[in-house]
Design a protein. Structure first.
Length: 472
């Protein structure tokens, strides 16, 4: 049974980081808290209510934030927000126009969200990770709100201080400011979502709570705002790299679209051979030039359902391509570490194999036992585990054959020591970034039929190697 390296996240459901308690800042000359401080207090109490699971307090606070502050009603959030105010004199809240109050709440709440995103960058998160995790925990609407908040927060940085991988993620997410000024954000967002202000306020509070509970991640790139001379150098893809990746992408696209499993397996095997040879060529070139670079990282989604066998599949794909994968079970992704020339290939091959495995699994149909009870879930879990195990064997075989041929063609170059040195560099990077790794086992397989079917799906074609498919 395959194992995965797993990183247990500490504090994911524990105490949230705390923003500065602006509610305790100095009040006006009369000792009466400013209206802004009241808004900040209400938002803080609402987020704390979320952390405690106190739906009644949350609903009351959301109501206060949605309209005018109804302190005359004696609502608990309002009373809490006024804590510390001077007993002499009371502010005339009825004189505060509802529109002004709502505008103030919007500014304070959006500022808090942008601050939460800034802290997320400091804690090692990247845009794609944050948006994906928001959708996983809260849903699509919150995910769209997170994208907008990220777009707003990114305005604070010069383009020169944002790394290319970040720009690529922001572009893929469509993170751009589409509203006309921050004062119009609430109305524009509600119009786009076809919802009301109360829903937006609740979504924003829930997102603020999530941002405050994010665990710290190992950093795999410089956060925005880092001067170019303060970053680690990263290798950029050359035109040759792009051509090779284009060939691999074409092979995998054919594998995903074919109706014949044998052809899909042969195409995938050929893609693995190309990637292995590409990695070897990169290693030799780097050794000759003395510019070997260093391992980098990439986070790849590992989603429900059947996330455990999917993590195993990513692990075997990574290891066949001289990378290592670390699974963050609670967060829904794995961090893959390896040399930049290998990381894109790992993600591409994993995505394609997952499509092929899912298609083959669904084609097997539902399963029931002799009593008519559904066994589809256990069947599919076993299917994917077996598929991952057998694919791992085949990928290692294809990579090994490519290495053997390359060594024979190396004309006296010390290929094997070069590859061994790169393997050690990756292992050292894993040890440095994840000193507290645990080796986790995939959940036991209880459906023999699913195991046999999954192994057969991965074993349909002979990987004798050199398919005539070129991908061109």
């Amino acid at each position: 049974m395959w194992c995965v390296w797993e990183m247990r996240e500490e504090g994911l459901v524990g105490k949230a980081w705390r923003q500065p308690d602006q509610a305790r800042s100095s009040s006006g000359a009369s000792g009466i808290p400013h209206t802004r401080q009241l808004a900040e207090n209400l938002i803080a109490h609402a987020v704390q209510a979320l952390q405690r699971g106190d739906e009644a307090i949350l609903a009351q606070a959301a109501t206060e934030l949605t309209g005018e502050p109804g302190f005359a009603t004696g609502a608990a959030p309002a009373e809490a927000a006024r804590a510390g105010a001077a007993t002499a004199g009371e502010p005339d809240f009825t004189a505060t126009a509802g529109r002004e109050w709502r505008g103030l709440v919007d500014r304070v709440l959006l500022g808090r969200l942008e601050g939460g995103v800034t802290v997320a960058w400091q804690r090692g998160w990247q845009p794609a990770d944050l948006v994906r995790f928001t959708g996983r925990r809260l849903g699509r609407r919150h995910q769209r709100l997170a994208i907008d908040i990220i777009a707003a927060e990114m305005r604070a940085y010069s383009a020169a201080t944002v790394e290319e991988p970040w720009r690529e993620q922001l572009s893929a997410l469509g993170a751009e400011v589409w509203w006309n000024g921050d004062g119009s954000f609430t109305g524009a967002w509600c119009g786009r979502e076809n919802t009301d202000r109360a829903t937006l306020i609740t979504c924003a509070l829930e997102l603020s709570h999530l941002l405050g509970s994010l665990p710290r991640l190992a950093r795999i790139g410089a956060p925005p705002g880092t001067p170019p001379n303060g970053r680690k150098s990263t290798a950029r893809a050359t035109e040759t790299d792009q051509r090779m990746l284009g060939k691999v992408r074409a092979l995998l696209a054919k594998a995903e679209s074919t109706e014949f499993p044998e052809e899909a397996e042969a195409l995938s095997a050929r893609a693995q051979e190309l990637m292995a040879r590409y990695s070897i060529d990169h290693a030799l070139l780097a050794a000759e030039s003395g510019m070997g670079g260093e391992p980098a990282g990439r986070r790849i989604p590992v989603d429900h359902p059947y996330d455990s066998p999917k993590a195993v599949l990513l692990t075997v794909v990574a290891e066949a391509n001289r990378c290592r994968a670390v699974w963050h079970r609670e967060l829904g992704f794995s961090t893959v570490l390896g040399f930049p020339s290998d990381l894109a290939a790992v993600e591409m091959l994993f995505t394609s194999l997952l499509v092929q495995a899912t298609t083959a699994m669904v084609h097997t149909g539902a399963r029931k036992d002799a009593c008519g009870r559904s066994r589809t879930r256990s069947f599919r879990h076993a299917f994917l585990n077996a598929y991952a195990a057998r694919i791992g064997e085949r990928l290692r075989g294809a990579a090994g054959e490519a290495t053997t041929r390359a060594a024979a063609e190396a004309d006296g170059k010390d290929l094997l020591p070069v590859l061994a040195a790169r393997d050690r560099a990756v292992e050292e990077a894993v040890d440095t970034m994840f000193p507290n790794l645990t080796r986790g086992r995939a959940r036991a397989v209880s459906n023999y039929e699913g195991w046999v079917a999954g192994r057969a799906a991965a074993d349909l074609a002979s990987l004798n190697g050199r398919s005539e498919v070129t991908g061109e």
